[in-house]
Design a protein around this ligand. Structure first.
Ligand code: HMG
Ligand code: NAI
Length: 443
């Protein structure tokens, strides 16, 4: 019967593993061997990974794939993608190759402003609070001088602090709503440190403000934290070409394709059930690059989906137009990314990815990630509106099914050949593998 434990965090790594094995596993030797099999043989490298998080017992691998041939604003990139799902890297690569001959991707950063808030409770008149805020605002800024000095030297720092009255939404609730420029850093730690200093100064100065009476001076700070909703940290990526230039092996009738593609995007703009899946397809590309470059994918996910719902209904992040014979397809998304800080200079494979991306600035990375999302969506919607998604997806997923059945290399060769001309479904693969095994040819 599993039991709880106190002081688990203080145990050594081996002790933690032994506790787990004794508590949950019947075949302890196999479980121990598995955990250890995933340790890196280089002890120093393993220690680095152990120390990224807490209570580490082993490593959890994800494949790192690459999608070549991305032409973005006249530069060619090979994009690193860390993802577990088959066909994503292939679809991105295929879309990159498709647009390579059609002018490539154009991307531009529209804005780079990050947001943080001090949430507080104030019991008194708003006029007095406003007067206090005006009075204390310069000190809020000056008290953070030691924190912001380096960021300001680089050209960033605190952009503004506003007082916001939210008391109609929640009794006595107000905010300091601050905006920041964090340049090549995602900025979470910088922003949170500034906010906590704002909170301290704000609370202390309120106690001294002579116009506050009674309860008014006793401001209660609820919390100070950055927002992962960054609608003023936006990037736009686009592809476009003449409709007739869409013609290719898979697109024999470009007019019909363009219309149907645009309809598919329009459906995702108005129908939330479709929009969620449409955007999931976009996030296949975005998350994979965000992960490969050591960025915070939870922060990106939360911010992107909030942006998709900004007009009150969850909607598509991409858009399509056909005007004067020109097919245009674009994405606008908020992305708070870093190319310094966080894991970016610690994880060896992140450093490798950054070098492959030609050492991007945060703005460069915003463009690359938005393009990965757009390309991914192009690949998925192109398949959906032509062959259907299963043909390509299952072609790539075939290897996973074969591995589930522990197919030998010889069996794989035969079955891959067989499925070049047959439809891949889970049951058709099971049937085929059973058949060749029963024939006794390979085992
Ligand atoms: C899967 C493909 C690319 C096959 O497409 P294909 O036409 O069979 O590929 P091909 O063999 O003719 O190769 C053409 C190019 O595709 C790429 N490619 C092709 N195969 C590979 C491979 N093995 N490894 C790496 N790259 C590959 C590669 O760029 C290659 O060029 P080359 O390298 O030969 O010069 C195509 O059918 C496709 O793009 N399908 C869409 C798949 C997709 O979107 N998958 C995402 C997962 S499904 C999902 O989660 C999202 C979804 C669909 O629900 C979202 C939504 O609903 O919107
Ligand atoms: N809600 C959220 O999203 C939260 C996220 N986090 C985590 O915070 C981390 C990111 O925080 P950061 O403050 O970005 O990282 P960080 O704490 O590593 O700081 C990066 C620092 O790099 C320095 N720097 C050097 N060159 C710079 C340049 N060119 N531009 C800008 N800064 C430069 C700055 O001093 C900057 O503060 C991520 O690991 C994230 O997962 C932490 C708390 C909350």
């Amino acid at each position: 019967m599993p039991h709880t434990i106190s002081g688990f965090s203080k145990l050594s790594k081996s002790e933690k593993i032994e506790w787990l094995l004794n508590t949950y596993f019947t075949d302890k030797d196999s479980a121990r061997a598995l955990v250890k099999q995933y340790w890196n043989t280089d002890d120093k490298l393993q220690k680095l990974h152990d120390e990224f998080i807490e209570n580490t017992i082993t490593n959890y691998y994800l494949p790192l794939g690459v999608a070549p041939n991305f032409l973005i604003n006249k530069t060619i990139y090979t994009i690193p993608m860390a993802i577990e799902e088959s066909s994503v890297v292939a679809a991105a690569s295929k879309a990159a190759k498709f647009w390579l001959d059609r002018g490539g991707f154009k991307a531009e950063v529209l804005s780079t402003e990050k947001i943080g808030q001090v949430h507080f409770i104030y019991k008194g008149g708003f006029d007095k609070l406003e007067a206090f805020f005006k009075n204390v605002k310069p000190k809020l800024i000056s008290d953070t001088a030691s924190i912001t000095k380096n960021m300001e030297r680089r050209g960033g720092g605190i952009l503004d602090i506003q007082l916001r009255n939210k008391s109609e939404d929640l009794p006595n609730y107000y905010q300091l709503h601050a905006t920041f420029e964090t340049l090549d850093a995602m900025g979470a730690n910088f922003i949170n440190t500034c906010l906590e200093q704002f909170a301290t100064t704000f609370k202390n100065e309120a106690l001294l403000f002579k116009d506050f009476t009674g309860d008014e001076s006793n401001i209660s700070i609820v919390m100070s934290i950055l927002s992962n909703y960054v609608p003023q940290c936006l990037v736009r990526a686009e592809v476009s070409c003449k409709i007739e230039d869409l013609k290719s092996k898979d697109i024999p009738n470009p007019e019909e394709f363009a219309e149907k593609f645009k309809q598919a995007v329009s459906i995702a703009e108005v129908e939330p059930y479709r929009a969620v899946t449409h955007n999931k397809g976009i996030m296949n590309g975005i998350d994979a690059v965000v992960l490969a470059t050591g960025n915070d994918f939870r922060a990106v996910e939360a911010g992107v989906h909030a942006y998709a719902a900004k007009d009150g209904t969850y909607s598509s992040l991409t858009h399509c137009s056909i005007t004067d014979g020109i097919f245009k397809f674009w994405i606008v998304i908020p992305l708070a990314l870093g190319t310094v800080g966080g894991l970016t200079s610690l994880h060896p494979l992140v450093k490798f990815s950054m070098e492959m991306l030609q050492k991007p600035t945060a703005k460069d990375l915003m463009k690359i990630v938005s393009v990965a999302g757009l390309a991914q969506n192009f690949g998925a919607v192109k398949s959906l509106t032509t062959t259907g998604i299963q043909e390509g997806h299952m072609k790539m997923h075939l290897m996973n099914i074969l591995n589930q059945f522990e197919a030998a290399d010889t069996e794989k060769v035969t079955l891959i050949e067989h499925f070049k001309t047959n439809i891949v479904t889970h049951s058709s693969v099971v049937e085929a593998i059973t058949k060749i095994r029963e024939s006794g040819n390979f085992k």
